[in-house]
Design a protein around this ligand. Structure first.
Ligand code: BTN
Length: 328
């Protein structure tokens, strides 16, 4: 058997044991036309992926799955139709957004996700760095190929923020907020960020990469000094370790639903959520808008996801920019 054939057989055996919980060895040998020593090789492979399988005289039993961002784990029981149905998983990459961009240029299908256990050059907004601690967070980029025009691309960030906030809300009693347009806060500290990158041609979208960085099981010491007062993780705020694979599956589920709605009525059906999750409504902020700095009070978020900022008696409709909170 070649190496790829061995991998495939190991994956199929794993799937069978997992679905049945207990399988007779003689049945597996027959089904996959294996010798006993070939089966042992497959079991070693499965163990090397982090799965726990036990064996008695005639059966194999499924014991445990690793919390690892690998294809077999993410796809097992993933309840989506397109998002995450094609998974490219790495142990380490410079940036999952950069890998996804390359794959998109090579025609990867809509819904393809790129995940990594670690990023060596994770990218944040405004050219910043995204601190990507190995096996503690989720670093994931989703390839989209919508048919709507480019003007609707920026709204995908707020849409993704709503999907993330809905996912966090399933896991924690901590206060989950969106700092417009695309930071997720837990108890007022940042726990996830979104970087949306767009490729266009003649005002048509080729592809969009939606990258999310989510702080899941980080402890306080995982953050460098400059981040410790502004960043947090789900673990720090909820005191419980979370299975990253399950969290990612829930996020992909919420993301797919939100994206389906977005394609037909943009942010309309999510409008109430963008308001209730907002950390900015009724808050004094400074907004860097291109090269202009505007100070004012956020009075609302409109149905298109724009910030309504009152400054010197005038309401400004803001579609993008970087916000600094001045006071509540
Ligand atoms: C921000 O808050 O500035 C956005 C952070 C986005 C980070 C994610 S991690 C996965 C994906 N790959 C990247 O290089 N960046 C995004």
């Amino acid at each position: 058997m070649t190496q790829p054939e061995q991998e495939k057989t190991a994956e199929q055996i794993l799937f069978d044991i997992r679905s049945e919980n207990k399988l007779e060895i003689s049945n597996i040998l027959k089904k996959y036309e294996l010798t006993y020593s070939e089966l042992e090789i497959s079991l070693k492979k499965i163990e090397s992926w982090g799965y726990g399988i036990t064996k008695d005289d005639d059966s194999l039993m499924f014991q445990s799955a690793p919390d690892a961002l690998i294809d077999s784990e993410i796809s097992y029981g993933l309840p989506t139709k397109t998002i995450g149905k094609n998974i490219i998983a790495f142990q380490a990459v410079p940036s999952t957004n950069d890998s996804a961009l390359k794959l998109a240029e090579q025609n990867a299908i809509e819904g393809t996700i790129v995940v990594a256990e670690k990023q060596t050059n994770g990218k944040g907004r405004f050219g910043r760095h995204w601190h990507s601690v190995e096996k503690k967070g989720i670093y994931c980029s989703i390839i989209l190929r919508p048919s709507f025009s480019t003007e609707f691309a920026p709204g995908l960030s707020l849409m993704t923020a709503v999907a993330l906030a809905d996912t966090f809300s399933e896991y924690t009693q901590a206060k989950v907020q969106i700092k417009w347009p695309n930071d997720i806060l837990l108890n007022r500290k940042k726990t996830a960020g979104i970087l949306t990158e767009l490729s266009t041609e003649k005002n048509k979208i080729n592809h969009i990469i939606v990258g999310v960085g989510i702080n899941i099981n980080h402890i306080v010491d995982d953050f460098p000094d400059e981040l410790s007062s502004i960043a947090t993780s789900l673990y720090i705020e909820s005191k419980t370790k979370v299975n990253r694979v399950k969290f990612l599956q829930r996020f992909l589920f919420h993301f797919e639903n939100a994206y389906e709605n977005y394609k037909t009525d943009r942010l309309k059906s999510m409008h109430a959520k963008t308001q209730t999750y907002s950390s900015l409504i009724d808050t004094e902020i400074q907004l860097l808008y291109g090269k202009k700095l505007i100070s004012g009070k956020v009075v609302d978020i409109n149905k298109d996801g724009a910030l309504l900022l009152e400054s010197d008696g005038v309401i400004h409709v803001i579609n993008s920019g970087e916000v600094t909170i001045v006071k509540k």
